[in-house]
Design a binder for this molecule. Sequence first.
Ligand code: 13P
Ligand code: SF4
Length: 328
Amino acid sequence: MTAQTASLAGLDLRAEIDRLRKERNAVILAHYYQRPEIQDLADYIGDSLELSRKAAATDADVIAFCGVRFMAETAKILSPAKTVILPDMDAGCSLEDSCPPDKFKAFREAHPDHIALTYINCSTEVKALSDVIVTSSSAETILAGIPPEQKIIFGPDRHLGGYLNRKFGRDMLLWPGVCIVHEAFSETELIKLKAQHPGAPVAAHPECPPHIIDHADYVGSTSGILNYARTTPAQTLIVATEPHIIHQMQLAMPDKLFIGAPGADGNCNCNICPYMALNTLEKLYLALRDLTPVVQIEEELRLAAKKSLDAMLALASGTVGLGDLGAR
Ligand code: 13P
Ligand code: SF4
């Protein structure tokens, strides 16, 4: 606990956050991987695509983004007139870290006949160097609309890219990044867990490595997994993604049993995203009170990054093709 958060002892943080949200005309957006207490007071919870759409459409003056930095930056790129605050500016992402813009630029330049289809889990600079951004829930629709002869670079998640290559019979060139959280699931422990719960389906996020995906009955984004949990007739579900999403499942389906897929020793916390966990109720309160840390992006960079995000938002509807967007 810092001196600043210690001084908050005795405050009713939920009531204070509510008061500040009204005073500031703020909307609180939260990702499914946030702590349950943050999910519970958010105005809106969603996956990366839904949160991007919400940020683009909001009429609030302030967006309090409870997620990681690339998500808050996406909100600022799409809604530049809003004040976008992130409770902890250190909330990064291992995929973003794996893809420094200068190296990505060199990779692009080495493959001038390829377009860059890039996962949203990257820096604003890498978005600015890309043609089309995808999220885990929009990637399949967008890729299905790109002609098979078009050469593609896919980064930074090699597991999501590999999953798409296998599913669509493509040979996209993959950037070698991974999510440290999804990388930590253990196949051996998953097989043991499945044996203990015969018939329980496995729902996995496409950031998982192939040896986990091979055991999955459903593969999709966080919203997709939540929807699968709602629609499967199974009473027990094994969930191979960050375990804080189970909070929403338990709220919506209190009679079903949701079990987080295990990590290496079968009982570690290695599947909790350490970046998402940096946001706390205390830090959210302070951010709303002081309007800091605030996301700032230089305008030329923002406009360059916005092109690839706008391309995603247009293509994700499935009604517009790559050709309709014109050459970049
Ligand atoms: P979703 O787009 O599925 O919410 O995924 C975001 C993410 O960071 C997964 O690790
Ligand atoms: Fe990044 Fe993985 Fe955390 Fe998602 S779960 S924010 S991909 S480190």
